[in-house]
Design a protein around this ligand. Structure first.
Ligand SMILES: *[C@@H]1O[C@H](CO)[C@@H](O)[C@H](O)[C@H]1NC(C)=O
Ligand SMILES: *[C@@H]1O[C@H](CO)[C@@H](O)[C@H](O)[C@H]1NC(C)=O
Ligand SMILES: *[C@@H]1O[C@H](CO)[C@@H](O)[C@H](O)[C@H]1NC(C)=O
Ligand SMILES: *[C@@H]1O[C@H](CO)[C@@H](O)[C@H](O)[C@H]1NC(C)=O
Ligand SMILES: *[C@@H]1O[C@H](CO)[C@@H](O)[C@H](O)[C@H]1NC(C)=O
Ligand SMILES: *[C@@H]1O[C@H](CO)[C@@H](O)[C@H](O)[C@H]1NC(C)=O
Length: 304
């Protein structure tokens, strides 16, 4: 399933610290791939090898974007080595894109049409900030992917992101599936998207319309937000839970959790028991490391 490989697409995208949980965001990761004119994806040596798998592949960024009121940032790339069309969405970038903070905390839920008519429970309500961010980029992503697939009909489409970028990537993946394109969704440290209909819908799109890989790391606080106990925020499954605090995870450290809506068998079970503030403090550093550090790739990038 290549969880660690798909992760490198995020490392090569941009920084992804979680605002407002982390007071300082570090270097913007390989910033040139997003804002610059780079075509083949490249990362500086300071990446520490995290991006080597992507850098060694034959890749072309076919479209980059920073769009809408949410200034949602990302790219669509074609990887000829691995036969992929990749949508990668940047996570919260406090300095380069401070509006991300507004997007993150815009956590009222709006009724959406994502789920079609499968709205038995709550009308397919989604976090307004994530939904707006998805809508700001869906047209360009759809048209770019359609163009890429016209040239490479057999390539697999993946949608990926970390943190806020993971939430938007999941909603984009679900939207593209509704639009007739099969998409594998890979998210890392993704917060909850909405309520029961949303989770059921995305969960049930798999496997026929693509697979879902929602990766969580140890006590990362972000996938625990917004809290399930408040107003029934839910997750789709399976969850791929990295049950290792620090260091490089081995295959045996990754536990697949299958559930419906809520399970404490994975990340949701890793709480301090001392309340949300304690969980936030304890769980920030895990948010910044998945298969390696999420940032600090390029100290010379504009965000540092
Ligand atoms: C991209 O290329 C254009 C045209 O060469 C140039 O004006 C612009 O400054 C470049 N942008 C960046 C971020 O390097
Ligand atoms: C990436 O974005 C920059 C700045 O908007 C633009 O000049 C460049 O053409 C874009 N590259 C691609 C491949 O979209
Ligand atoms: C929901 O929509 C699908 C596809 O449009 C349709 O096949 C199905 O009958 C609908 N179900 C209900 C309960 O309306
Ligand atoms: C796509 O895959 C099918 C089945 O494997 C094959 O017949 C076809 O030639 C492939 N098309 C391209 C453009 O590679
Ligand atoms: C996909 O979206 C495009 C652009 O919005 C639209 O023209 C097309 O009809 C959609 N296709 C499907 C199958 O929903
Ligand atoms: C991750 O970054 C921290 C500093 O923020 C550093 O101490 C640690 O060694 C890094 N880990 C890896 C695997 O690069």
């Amino acid at each position: 399933m290549r969880l660690s490989f798909q992760y490198t697409w995020i490392l090569c995208l941009g920084l992804a610290y979680a605002a407002p949980l982390v007071p300082r965001d570090g270097a913007s990761y390989c910033f040139g791939n997003v804002k610059g004119n780079a075509s083949k994806i490249s990362c500086p040596a300071s990446a520490g090898g995290s991006c080597l798998l992507v850098e060694s592949a034959q890749t072309t960024i076919v479209q980059n974007f920073t769009l809408g009121k949410t200034k949602t940032t990302g790219f669509v790339a074609v990887d000829d080595t691995n036969k992929l069309v990749v949508v990668s969405i940047q996570g919260t970038a406090i300095r380069s894109n401070p509006i991300d903070i507004v997007t993150d905390i815009d956590a009222i839920r709006v009724n959406t049409d994502l789920c079609g008519n499968t709205t038995a429970n709550d009308g397919c309500e989604i976090h307004q900030g994530f939904w707006n961010a998805m809508n700001d980029v869906q047209d360009i992503v759809k048209s770019t992917i359609a163009g890429a697939l016209a040239t490479h009909p057999n390539y697999t489409v993946i949608s990926t992101g970390h943190s806020l970028g993971g939430a938007v990537a999941a909603l984009l993946g679900a939207t593209l599936r509704n639009n007739g394109t099969n998409v594998d969704i890979y998210t890392y440290g993704q917060p909850k998207l909405g309520t029961v209909d949303v989770s059921n819908f995305i969960q049930n799109q798999a496997p026929s319309k693509g697979s879902n890989y929602r990766v969580t790391h140890f006590n990362d606080i972000v996938p625990q937000l917004p809290p399930h106990s408040i107003d029934d925020w839910d997750h789709y499954y399976p969850e791929f839970f990295i049950n290792l605090d620090t260091g490089a995870p081995k295959a045996t450290d990754i536990i697949r959790v299958d559930a419906t809506l809520f399970s404490t068998a994975g990340n949701e079970g890793k709480t301090t028991g001392d309340g949300i503030i304690a969980d936030v403090i304890a769980g920030i550093s895990a948010h910044r490391q998945y298969f390696g550090n999420i940032s600090r790739c390029d100290p010379s990038a504009p965000d540092s």
